[in-house]
Ligand binder design. Structure first.
Ligand code: BEZ
Ligand code: FE
Length: 280
């Protein structure tokens, strides 16, 4: 029988040997690995008692910050690059398929279904921009009946859900369904960069790490269609100052979209971007 009392040297084995006999294989694998890396972390940095207490207080405050509208733990995962890593591991796609990026906390289910070409901007702020393109499969065939669900911050850098009573409900949100040609088009505003919510423990941690809380300007897209993988992505404005230092590591080269000035019609900007879906 192996030694079951605790020692610094055999800490990992001592804890992991306690695993029950009826634990599911995945649970046992996940917990063994977690204990191994957690103990490895404490040993490698020689975690002091005071630092352990600071860490526990930080996690406590992070939990206390969470409610129906604020998810500070996901924000923590986002700024540590964990959200993007989990997304990458679970969404390896073939060449040519549009890449995923971070979902973020500001999506709202069941946004209004709007007619193709309609505007999502209800507060009259910002520089009008036409977003258009096609939803296709990997061979370039149009995908009919795709739902293009979009959301963005307003010109002041806030989502409608962050400013109830200030912004109109459903400001800068909408769903558009493609027809037989797979085309989508809507009017919005040229996105602006904004800070992620940084008035909580995660914001404080970022400051202590010498990091800013900003995300480069982007438009969110959730594109779904029967028979295809769900695509959670953004398009980014190419000349944004935060493109190389996104607080949540969401930028991918293939998602930097053209935003061009135009004098045609009722908009000042036009951004064309095609979404290529991967079979389910
Ligand atoms: C967003 O783009 O909406 C977002 C993503 C991650 C954290 C905070 C905001
Ligand atoms: Fe966003």
């Amino acid at each position: 029988m192996t030694q079951s009392y605790f020692s610094e040297e055999r800490s990992v084995e001592t804890v992991n040997d306690r695993m029950g006999a009826d634990v599911t294989p995945r649970m046992a694998e996940v917990m063994r690995c977690l204990v191994k890396h957690l103990h490895g972390f404490a040993k490698e940095i020689h975690l002091t008692q005071a630092e352990w207490e600071t860490g526990i207080a930080f996690l406590t405050r992070t939990g206390q910050m969470c409610d129906g509208n604020r998810q500070e733990f996901i924000l923590l995962s986002d700024v540590l690059g964990l959200s993007m890593l989990v997304d990458a591991i679970n969404n390896r796609r073939p060449e040519g398929a549009t890449e995923n990026t971070v979902f973020g906390p500001f999506h709202v289910e069941d946004a209004p279904i709007r007619a193709m070409g309609d505007t999502i901007s209800l507060d009259g702020k910002g520089e009008p921009c036409l977003f258009e393109g096609r939803v296709t499969d990997l061979d370039g065939n149009p995908v009919e009946g795709a739902c293009v669900d979009v959301w963005s911050d307003n010109a002041d850098g806030y989502y409608d859900v962050q400013q109830p009573g200030i912004q109109p409900r459903w400001n800068n949100r909408g769903r558009f369904f493609t027809g037989a040609d797979g085309a989508y088009a809507f009017r919005g505003i040229k996105p602006t960069s904004y800070p992620i919510p940084d008035d909580g423990p995660v914001g404080k941690m970022l400051a202590l790490m010498g990091r800013h809380p900003y995300r480069p300007a982007h438009m969110h897209f959730l594109v779904t269609a029967p028979g295809f993988q769900r695509l959670v992505t953004h398009t980014f404005v190419g000349d944004d100052r935060y493109l190389d230092s996104d607080a949540v590591f969401g930028v991918k080269q293939t998602l930097v979209a053209p935003f061009e000035r135009t004098t045609q019609g009722d908009v000042s900007w036009r951004s064309v971007f095609d979404f290529v879906l991967t079979p389910a």
